[in-house]
Design a protein around this ligand. Structure first.
Ligand code: KIV
Ligand code: ZN
Length: 554
């Protein structure tokens, strides 16, 4: 890429003393979450939400447990104004939820914003102006002093408008484009705004430090946040908020390190919707906390339902590999992974493990409404016998003998390879059924009886080429007697009878399932499976299934 020298690092590293966040290992408590889906998220949609959709999305956010929800820019568009008025007038904002509105630091916009807020129970009024070098020089063409003046006069106007408007208001200030702003200038402007608002016990103020564009590696953002946290005035009455975007694909990392660095609050969206590459994904942040044993204070127990509403309303698609929500993120195709997962889950059940530690799965998919079947293990030509056997066992209760798993695994993989597609659990069962269960061609087993003495004497009735035969013979056990009859009367030879049986289901509906393997002269093992209400009949059916496979292969 010949143009790399067109770029230089355009962020401002604070003094190196601001790196204490590095000594912390993990985030110990959920931050205050603020959803900006209905603003940053909505303004980034190809088809922005209409009023009904906004109301439905708002309700989704409330149901998920958000206590702060930015509802947009009421002064900027008629829909957003009406949306806020509808929420207030129809009393749709629960008592424990605070709505947030955004306003530029311009008089008519601030006044119109307060018009829209009239009568609200509680609201955050979020004031911002752009502070970065690039914005000051290229867009606004203003000095630092003039930029400070914009922020301070906006802050003063918020104070006077709030006094004239019915409602309980919290103020928030964002130095927009913070990440491209000299750190001490960002500090200065925030402190001057704070001097206007004078935070105190009953007057907490939010200072929000957006990575409007993420310009640096996450540790730089964290150090900037820590520097601000340590040098802001009135710090104990300031709620320090962060608002990462995702330009470098590090939104989540920025937020997590930002929290270690002292952020009390995070603004973001569901699944990372938002301008350009999006805002930070709150689903991922919350569930990352959850995966460390921390209560995220948001409820994502039904992620598939959240995803459905999100995709329908935003008309965006959550990618298959998206953490937690993506279709394939709890799915293992690789044989060794499937095997390890199946063993890990069994281990958990057998050992009553208190903590989740299943290989390859960060969290238990069922905790967020995902399912094992289909979710965890999907079968393609790369899959292994472990995963295939796992599906048969988990979904259909068939616990195949180890050697049989291998041959069935090869069969399924070759079918998947041939069809060039992944196979679902029902398809896998159908293959198993067609290949092994109660096979009755070319020889159809009809009935049997035994007389027991020193040895077992048996009579079997079979149909071959349309003709019914009755054969008799003896053996050391029942199955052995039948096997002797088959070999001598039907002129087939095999050895090494492998056998396994277990119950299928429980209670009065339960059946018996048997698996039989026989080895021909050249060492190939043929497997059969028999299912019947009677255990002996199931084993005879399994034997005939194996014999039929051997005959067909001759
Ligand atoms: O990304 C951003 O800087 C913003 C501000 C308005 C906070 O959305
Ligand atoms: Zn933003």
């Amino acid at each position: 890429m010949k143009n790399y020298n067109k770029y230089a690092r355009s962020y401002f590293m604070p003094p190196k003393t601001s790196m204490k966040w590095m000594e912390k290992e993990y985030v110990t408590k959920a931050p205050k979450w603020c959803s900006v889906d209905l603003r940053d998220g909505n303004q980034a949609l190809i088809v922005p939400m209409n009023l009904a959709e906004k109301l439905e999305y708002f309700q989704l956010l409330v149901d998920l447990g958000f206590k702060e929800i930015e509802v947009g820019f009421p002064a900027a568009s008629e829909t957003e104004f009406t949306f806020l008025r509808t929420l207030i007038e129809q009393d749709l904002i629960p008592a424990d939820v605070t709505v947030q509105v955004l306003t530029q630091s311009r008089e008519h916009i601030i006044r119109k914003t307060f018009d829209a807020l009239q009568g609200v129970r509680k609201a955050v009024v979020h004031l911002y102006n752009s502070t970065s070098v690039a914005q000051r020089e290229q867009v606004f063409k203003k000095s630092k002093e003039e930029i400070i003046q914009i922020a301070v006069s906006g802050a003063e106007l918020l104070t006077s408008c709030a006094a004239e408007t019915e409602g309980d208001f919290t103020f928030q200030y964002s130095p927009e484009s913070f990440t491209g702003t000299e750190i001490d200038f960002a500090l200065d402007i925030c402190n001057q705004v704070l001097d206007v608002w004078k935070p105190g016990v009953d007057n907490e103020v939010i200072i929000n430090l957006p990575a409007t564009v993420s310009l640096s590696m996450p540790h730089v953002y964290a150090s900037q946040i820590e520097y601000m946290s340590e040098h802001l005035k009135y710090r104990e009455h300031v709620i320090l908020s962060i608002h990462p975007h995702n330009d470098r694909g590090t939104g989540v990392a920025d937020a997590e390190l930002g929290m270690l660095a002292g952020a009390d609050r995070v603004e973001g969206t569901l699944f990372g919707n938002g301008e350009r590459t999006g805002n930070v994904d709150i689903v991922t942040l919350a569930l990352n906390l959850y995966s460390h044993g921390i209560d995220p204070e948001l409820n994502f127990e039904r992620i598939p339902d959240v995803l459905k509403v999100y995709e329908r309303i935003t008309k965006m698609k959550v990618p298959e590999r998206h953490p937690y929500g993506g279709e394939l993120v709890f799915t293992a195709f690789s044989g060794s992974h499937q095997d390890a997962i199946a063993k890990g889950i069994k281990w958990r059940e057998d050992n009553a493990e208190p903590y989740w530690n299943v290989p390859y799965l960060l969290i238990d998919p069922t905790d967020i409404g995902r399912e094992y079947e289909g979710d965890i293990i999907r079968i393609n030509s790369q899959s292994g016998k472990g995963g295939i056997a796992y599906i048969l066992e988990q979904t259909y209760g068939l616990d195949l003998p180890i050697q049989m798993r291998e041959s069935f695994g090869y069969r399924v993989k070759s079918i998947s390879d041939h069809l060039h597609k992944e196979l679902g659990s029902a398809e896998i069962y159908t293959i198993f059924e067609q290949e092994y269960i109660n096979l009755n061609k070319p020889i159809q087993f009809i009935d049997y009886s035994f007389k027991s003495g020193e040895q077992f004497e048996t009579m079997i009735e079979v149909k071959k080429d349309g003709v019914i035969h009755e054969f008799t013979g003896i053996g050391n056990g029942r199955l052995d007697a039948i096997s002797q009859v088959i070999q001598s009367q039907l002129n087939i030879s095999y050895s090494n009878l492998l056998y396994k049986e277990h119950a299928l289901g429980t209670g009065s509906d339960s059946k018996a399932v048997s698996y039989v393997g026989i080895t021909n002269e050249s060492g190939t093992i043929y497997w059969g499976c028999g299912i019947d209400v009677d255990i002996m009949t199931s084993s005879i059916k399994a034997l005939f299934s194996a014999v039929n496979k051997l005959i067909l292969d001759q």
